[in-house]
Ligand binder design. Sequence first.
Ligand code: NOJ
Length: 520
Amino acid sequence: MNIVNQPEWLDNAIFYEIYPQSFCDSNGDGIGDFNGIIGKLDYIRELGCNAIWLNPCFKSPFGDAGYDVSDYYSAAPRYGTNEDLKRLFGEVHKRGMHILLDLVPGHTSVEHEWFRQSMKAERNEYTDRYVWTDSIWEEPRGMGCIRGISDRDGSCAVNFFSHQPALNYGFYKPDPDKKWQQSMDSEGARATLEELKNIMRFWLGMGCDGFRVDMAGSLVKHDEDGKGTIKLWQNVREFLDREFPQAAMVSEWGEPDKSLQGGFHMDFLLHFGPSHYNDLFRCDEPFFSKRGKGDVSEFVKKYLENYEKSDKKGLMCIPSGNHDMDRLARECYGNELKVSFAFLMSMPGAPFIYYGDEIGMRYVEDLASVEGGYGRTGSRSPMQWDDSTNAGFSSAPADKLYIKQDDSPDRPTVSAQMSDENSLYNEVKRLIAVRQSHSALQSRGGIEFLYAEKNAYPLVYLRTNGDKKILVIINPSDREVTFDCKFPLKEKKIYSVGKGLSVDNGKITVPPCFAGFYEV
Ligand code: NOJ
């Protein structure tokens, strides 16, 4: 592991993810924008978050909500101008916060000028910008493709949806019989990588603090063990160390042993693949349900494997949710949400709060897909600020809103929750404050699981930093549970939701729906 530069602010960063379409609309067109975000920065700061991840905000036909970029160097006009975005960076910094843009290096929109050029039959500067076979009759194995829409005699690999052609960073081991498979150091692949650096240079130069990198593990093709892609990111790391040593890099990869080697500072636990993240909040019987029928042990096992592989640097970020998964409040309710946040705010890696999760915003059921959202659309509805028109999100007529809002009469709002001491909002705010005043609870503190048994409750772990130790006890179930504790629990409670923990001769009895942090 060889991370040369780690921006210090990442150590106690708590991120707030902003989906720009749905956060705050300042000009009444029904879609959120940069000025709207600027107007809400104090809210984010007051909650206690000190960093922002902004979903893609570049020019795009929005076939995948902006993950289909058509110009990496221009802000999407619906959010504002590059100057507005620059002003957003400045306003973020003025408040002592940081901001990551969303970098989409694996694919573009079919409308990107590079792709238009690369579709041409005549060779040009962009012929090798994407992964093309050399015959329309040959499809790139295992990748899906776009074919038959231009004069170029070939099929172009796609990276996600079929309107997202894959950029060419080369193949790890090109098949010598397939001349179209270029190597990582072919001219075309190198040019793509250099252009990626230019894009990063452009936005870092303008003042952003780094990137959340979309599908970071997808760049080099036929690279099963990720060796080529790791090498590619190491090359980017050298560039950053040279030119922008303070830039923060967070990957959507889900394999910290690979991403951290590639020079990323942090990786995400993903809701797909082997992480067992969904066992916590998003399955038939989540661990964080009061039914108490969940199982946390597989999650912990996988977490520890990754923890070991990433040098015991707990740099895996566990999000409360994101724009790709169901809202946390689709499966968890009431105190379950508070206990869930106690877990999220006491794990290593930077916590990421998806906008609205701090007030328990719900998944809006039965929506038609918007901008390639499909089942994800219900998690992307406009923020609920107050009781005014459209919950204070926008002054547009309700049918002009980007996505239909939760229209239930008891929908949560920021203003109502701010004035209720017992609200989820205030619990999350307290939890953030506790985390921020105890280094052992923060990103780089160690973790040791003391009780995480199969199909059993509670979950108990120790967070450490030097000689500071904090015991975390979590019981989402609605029944009392016990475990044997080797630490003498004196009255050094620094936080709890729920009451009534009792200790008898090393046996701890944990009340239902409870989370507590103790200095030991
Ligand atoms: C992951 C993003 O989070 C998701 O929203 C997007 O659709 C895909 N990558 C493709 O870019």
